[in-house]
Write a protein that binds this ligand. Sequence first.
Ligand code: BGP
Length: 494
Amino acid sequence: MSFPKDFLWGGAIAANQYEGAWLEGGKQPNVTDVLVGIMSRQPGIAWNDETKKYELKLDPDKVYLSHEAVDGYHRYREDLKLMKGMGFNSFRTSIAWGRIYPNGDEEEPNQEGIEFYRDMFRCMRELEMEPVITLSHYETPLHLVTEYGGWRDPRLIEYWKRYVTTVFREFSDLVHMWLTFNEVNNAFRIPLVAAGVLTVNDPKDPSDPIGSTTNQDIWDAYHNILVANAWTVKIGHEICADNQVGCMLTSSNVATYPYNCDPQNVFGALETQRMANFYFGDPFCLGIIPTYLNKVWKKQGVTVVFTEEERELIRKYTVDFFSFSYYRSGTYDAEFEMSGDTGGLTGRTNPYLKDKAPEPWKWPVDPEGIRYTLNVLYDRYHLPLYIVENGVGLDEDLDENGEIHDTFRCHYIDEHLRNVHKALEDGVDCRGYLYWGPIDVVSAGTGEMKKRYGFVYVDRFNDGHGTLERRIKDSYYHYKEIIESNGEVLLKEE
Ligand code: BGP
């Protein structure tokens, strides 16, 4: 048995890490534009004591690489051709909300933004690649955050509905696969980007905006995002019957293993899975708001009330598929703090995992974790699954011949895909593997160029210099071979 006939093979990127042109074509800043890395706790905004509002104030000593990124805004045609060169039949990117509604709360969309994405999606279709489009990949317009506190304010539901209605109307002839909120289940770890939320009414310490964001505001954002997600499914289906709307959650922590069989650790692992993933996954996929949240809310002293109409909406408009990122597993031990970054929470070192990525990031490598994750998600939701992010970031330089021999990356992909295949044999309905990120882009977590995931190298560096020239790495040919054989080449070698 090989991979399914219509399996999606491709790669994934995001507008904010790829396009650059942060103020071109009518776009206004979004939340990632003010951060050097989404894990950073110091956004480039400052409190104005007169207006009692935050306003844009970038740090002149920092290099905001994402502002130019890898210039995808001007180069997507050539880049997409490079992707096609590997045989991609699908490609994931996001629409930067701020290209369509620059401040988020306008009545009318920005035509230039619409034209830009229309051409990009048309180009994907010409190259016979299925566009897989994220509606919000950490890209809430900054104005919505500084003016309203972002998703804590229910008015965002209306602005969001306007935005998604526009893009569904404009692009449903070209795009049928839509992902709602990228990794929104990171809401508590990185509230500003993942949940687009900030406490703007009387923040505790305005010089520490992220630290001043209250749990109540994050839960209000949770509430409003669940409602908005349901509206997205409803509107998407109404505008075009071919539209498939899925959620996108970081699911590295679905694979949270108890460190041992101590019942405390087993239950702790379960609680980590819940609060790192299922608290969003269950409402999105099953239409239910988990009852264990009542205890969490009580403990945190917050009030979260869904009206009967909202519950009904969430129950009725569940997603069509589940898409997710998987980078590594975590290991729960009650004695250790679970901490992490964009790859997920790790906890205690897992003694059974022998492999890890090289310095300096050293993310543990657990290919069997992807099989486990696929099985857990399928058992729970019985929905088509798409892996829309999996990959490895490496510190790479061209050798004396101008080449990059990224054997570690090839090995990483092989092992993960073999486990995807095992999950297929287990009976899981997994329909695609979109590698993160097939061309070097600005890293999400640390905002640098040095951390490269690409099959295609981009000449740009942490200090901002570089020609932006593209070069092919060894992994390009490797992935091409896998795709050409529909994965069979991996199974022969097993
Ligand atoms: C995910 C994000 C991506 C991405 C990837 C790798 O969390 O959805 O945007 O970049 O992680 O993370 P990083 O770039 O920090 O290595």
